[in-house]
Design a protein around this ligand. Sequence first.
Ligand code: AMP
Ligand code: MG
Length: 535
Amino acid sequence: QLAFPPTVGGQTLMGLPTLWRLRSWHDAGVWPLDDHWRDADIVLAETWTGLIEPAVKARPEGEIRDEAQVRMLARALSLLPAPELEALMSNLPDAAREEAWTLGIGAGDRLCELADPLKPPPLADDCFALPPGVDWTPVDAALDRLRERLHPIAGKETVPVADSAGRVLYKDLRALRSNPPAANSAVDGYGFAHASNGGGPRTLPLIEGRAAAGVPHGDTVPAGHAIRILTGATLPDGVDTVVLDEDTRTDGARVAFNEPPKARVNTRKAGEDVARGKVFLEAGRRLTPADLALCAALGHGRIPVRKRLRVGVLSTGDELTEPGSEAGEDRIFDANRPMLLSLIARWGMAPVDLGLAADRRDAVASALSDARTSCDAVLTSGGASAGDEDHVSALLRESGAMAEWRVAIKPGRPLALGTWEGTPIFGLPGNPVAALVCSLVFARPALGLMAGENWLVPRGVMVPAAFSKDKKPGRREYLRARLNDDGHAEVFPSEGSGRISGLSWATGLVELGDGARRVEPGEPVAFLSYAAFDG
Ligand code: AMP
Ligand code: MG
């Protein structure tokens, strides 16, 4: 149609030869007319500047209209996030394959928004809204990466069993002896040889003396006789069964009782708990008080453990000052450092206080350099994003050893991971709530691995929710929570990440998975107590 609007004929006549020439260049595909455009290096697509007319109207005074059209449309299309562009290019009517199509149709408002750099962005009620084009790493993928890349670095030593709680075993432990080492009595009573007559009343003469724990009798008990025996005493030869005190009558010379129907009642077999030579604890385990009992019982006086991982804690921010010091109202007390230092101690590692660093690159750099000899790893808090004063991430980026992970977690924000002069650095967010959650979710298993521990997967329990919530898809959320008297999980009323009181109110976290979820009261949710992260 060469005359009357819309005049497309002129453009077609001029355009087809031009398109033909362009196509002969390199590896070019024409969208959406051929099937080849998806894997072409260059895709030729028709678009239309009218799509962004409102933005063009608001162009700077004096700029030529055509120039503004091209500049703004190019800008808008280049800023369009890949998934949105993909949707625009894929969701087409059938006729588009024959008649072609105009790239951008249906996205005029969005393109206008991107066309003008000074147009205020739409209000984000959610500070976690994805900036265009940014991919967030799911929590599990981030954890998998940490697990792949880290390895145990803590040294080895042996320590007395009594000092080994919270330490990590570096080799499997075998029982040096059986528990119990010999058959013994489980009660105070009278020992005898079971008569295999299936029970009934018996009266047996007592032999002289008794068998007590640690003080064996020594002699064989003749058939048809009984012996006074106490809990824990090794069974004398000739004794396979013990009758409980309360089930007997005695005159001092004889004992009368109803014989239990089965032999070996009230006795413990040698090795019935653990047999000698058996591996009873495996390398990578962090020892509990109960483990110490087991180690001791099975003959281990000294335990082969990893040296404690030395973990430094550095707070960054010009606004921070020591708790309890004189401070104007534009300063805040450093809340993260005492929290993180005590968490590290709780994880069986050695906390190293690296103090406070101002928001200056050289201050952060020198604090991290000082940590090189005193620490195996460092947790910093604050300054981990990409803002003007975010010197931790800037430093790590500069040193070339930075992996800034935008992890899809709330509360979270970017986690700066890197090494500084060989020391692994976990750059945690400054907000105490996010700092705690990221420490528990990421730093805990990662530091544990470096400390020689098995990879920690905190075990939650499913409990009914005592709250309702509409959760958006695309990230994992952790809510400060505790169990109420009914054992249901209630959550702190405010999700604001500056609300330290909520951290303290809570006894753990409710974990809501990556997808969208509508939680109603009574529905099961995963509750992870803070203790679940202890390991
Ligand atoms: P940043 O990650 O440095 O941007 O800090 C985020 C927020 O957390 C800011 O409001 C900081 O003042 C606050 N913040 C940073 N570090 C600490 C800390 N050690 N104790 C308490 N609040 C902090
Ligand atoms: Mg800061």
